[in-house]
Design a protein around this ligand. Structure first.
Ligand SMILES: O=C(OP(=O)(O)O)[C@H](O)COP(=O)(O)O
Length: 267
């Protein structure tokens, strides 16, 4: 068998995961999570650039999945527009929402690091099974989140929606959707874009790549950078994930996200 045929046989499906473009609270270094902040100007640009890059790479999407949060939906729209593929169906689910950061929602990461220490903030942000403190009715964003009409459309009653999640708990709520809805479409041979969030995409990576509980702490995704996965017929990766784009810029963007947890007085 020629090497080319070998590659063709092994890499059967391509899937793109994308953390949405920069949102207003990414810029302000606040835990955003289930608060429906919009894309910043920079985030709009990142999403358009991402669409142009995917077009250059020859991508033709058949289906796009998003969360119920505007920043993931707008990113999908902007990507498809930049590719001239606006007609492609977009399917939305709360199960692709960002991780629920509980009582940390709205707080500034650098200030939290000053108060609680950088190590504690790193554990809250990147550990696999530590759940942040739960949100309750006294939280300034509680009503805004749970009174939102979109959460009356979910496949679980509103009372059963999360009040805070570890990455493990994100995977627990995401996996049934992945298996019942996303996987069958991949297996039909559809080229799929998942326009999600930092931690919903990390949960998918953990599952698909079999990343260990410890190693997932070292996976950080920058905004607006497509992650290309090439999978075999059993949906196992045939090569390491590829973050598409200028590699020096991507490394700098990853460092910037990691540094958001360094102790600093908010300005
Ligand atoms: O809303 C968030 O992620 P998102 O910008 O991917 O939607 C989280 O606040 C990300 O925070 P983290 O990078 O500290 O996990």
């Amino acid at each position: 068998m020629t090497p080319l045929l070998l590659v063709l046989r092994m890499s059967k499906y391509r899937l793109v995961l994308l953390r949405h473009g920069e949102g207003a609270w990414n810029k302000e270094n606040r835990f955003c999570s289930w608060v429906d902040q919009k894309l910043s100007e920079e985030g709009v640009k990142e999403a358009r650039d991402c669409g142009r890059l995917l077009k250059e790479q020859g991508y033709k999407f058949d289906l796009v999945f998003t969360s119920l949060l505007s920043r993931s939906i707008h990113t999908a729209w902007l990507v498809l527009e930049a590719m001239g593929q606006e007609w492609v169906p977009v399917v939305k689910s709360w199960r692709l929402n960002e991780r629920h950061y509980g009582a940390l929602i709205g707080l500034n990461r650098a200030e939290m690091a000053l108060q609680h220490g950088e190590q504690r903030v790193k554990l809250w942000r990147r550990s696999y099974d530590i759940t942040p403190p739960l949100i309750d009715e006294s939280h300034p964003y509680y009503m805004e989140i749970y009174n939102d009409r979109r959460y009356a459309t979910c496949d679980v009653p509103k009372e059963n929606l999360p009040r805070a999640e570890s990455l493990k708990e994100v995977l627990d709520r995401l996996l049934p959707y992945w298996n019942s809805t996303v996987v069958p479409e991949i297996l039909k041979g559809k080229t799929i874009l998942i326009s999600g969030h930092g931690n919903s995409c990390r949960a998918i990576l953990k599952h698909v790549e079999g990343v260990s509980d410890d190693d997932i702490a070292n996976v950080t995704l920058p905004t607006g950078v497509p992650v290309q996965l090439e999978l075999d017929e059993n949906l196992k990766p045939v090569k390491p994930r590829q973050l598409l784009g200028d590699q020096a810029k991507i490394q700098a963007a990853i460092k910037k996200v990691e540094d958001q947890g360094k102790a600093k007085q908010a300005t």
